[in-house]
Write a protein that binds this ligand. Structure first.
Ligand SMILES: [Zn+2]
Length: 152
């Protein structure tokens, strides 16, 4: 399980290697994404709180990157943080996410990105629930929920 110490270590000393890389030009991303998805994932934007479609969804499934479809989080590690953004306590696997120190807006925060395609996802904070103590605060627009198929 990752803890804040691991996150700082990744942000300062380098991230784990991803399983694969997806790289596209800005024009290719623009053609593939909605304007809001492009603004958030490729230009480090933030959606308005409580605006995201995945904010209050707790259906079972995997949350994939909207840009490259790599799995990032899953529904078992999602929790209700009350912040207005989807929140998770862990990534789906250790090398799914990359971390970078972000000093914008006069704050020092840790930015969270897709480790496969560098899509901006949100930030991670050390005030989440036990046992990890992590709170990944992620834009809905940067993910797609791949619902678990239910056998009827
Ligand atoms: Zn991605």
């Amino acid at each position: 399980m990752l803890t804040w110490k691991d996150i700082i270590n990744f942000a300062v000393n380098g991230n784990p290697n991803p399983d694969k890389r997806v790289e596209k030009t800005e024009a290719e991303w623009k053609a593939q994404l909605t304007p809001e998805q492009y603004r958030i994932t490729r230009q480090k934007g933030t959606e308005r709180p409580h605006s995201g479609a995945l904010c209050t969804t707790y259906d079972a499934g995997k949350y994939n990157c909207v840009c490259c479809n790599s799995p990032l989080f899953d529904s078992t590690i999602k929790f209700s943080s009350g912040t207005g953004w989807p929140s998770f306590t862990q990534p789906i696997k250790e090398n799914a996410i990359k971390y970078e120190k972000d000093s914008s807006f006069g704050m020092v925060r840790v930015e969270v990105m897709c480790n496969t395609c560098d899509a901006h996802l949100g930030h991670v904070f050390p005030d989440g629930p036990e046992p990890s103590g992590l709170r990944y605060c992620i834009n809905s627009e940067s993910m797609v929920l791949e619902k678990e198929s239910v056998n009827e």
